[in-house]
Ligand binder design. Structure first.
Ligand code: GTP
Ligand code: MG
Length: 137
């Protein structure tokens, strides 16, 4: 697939790391197709992460993801989903490889700086969650 979806999470935006993160994304060869700054309510965050609704950390995740502004983006590159997951690193920053975005900027397994879609199908669903058809063109 050529596209993936990402968002810079509240901890990284609040810490002033969004510029450095966007620079890493561009230097890795991703083109920004769409980008905005917005803030989710706990309800919206719960909808975005509905797949985790049975997990013990779901309420914490909703509160964290709605705690401040986020920067959702659609990114374009060949093999986008897989290459972007490599660029951000493991969910837990302690397990994330050297030089990855989460290793550099994530504070904890929850406040882990950035999201990356895990499949082409979810990239499309998540892009549509934040961006209109016109914005995705
Ligand atoms: P995303 O790109 O945000 O989807 O992260 P991921 O695909 O690496 O991990 P996953 O989809 O399994 O989890 C979604 C998000 O829930 C993570 O990025 C964390 O913010 C949070 N999370 C995952 N596991 C834990 C956990 O064990 N405890 C807590 N508090 N939060 C977690
Ligand atoms: Mg995930």
């Amino acid at each position: 697939g050529k596209r993936t979806f990402t968002m810079i999470k509240p901890d990284a935006v609040e810490a002033g790391n969004s510029g450095a993160i966007i620079k890493m994304i561009e230097e890795a060869g991703f083109k920004i197709v769409a980008m905005k700054k917005t803030k989710m309510t706990p309800g919206v965050a719960g909808k975005f992460y509905a797949v985790h609704s049975e997990r013990p950390f779901y309420d914490d995740l909703k509160n964290y993801m709605s705690s401040g502004p986020i920067i959702p983006m659609i990114l374009e590159k060949s093999n986008a989903v897989e290459d972007f997951r490599k660029l951000i690193g493991a969910t837990n920053p302690k397990e994330a490889a050297e030089g990855t975005i989460r290793r550099l900027f994530a504070a904890s397994i929850e406040a882990n700086a950035i999201h990356g879609s895990d499949s082409d199908e979810n990239a499309e669903i998540e892009s549509s969650f934040f961006f209109s058809e016109l914005e995705r063109f």
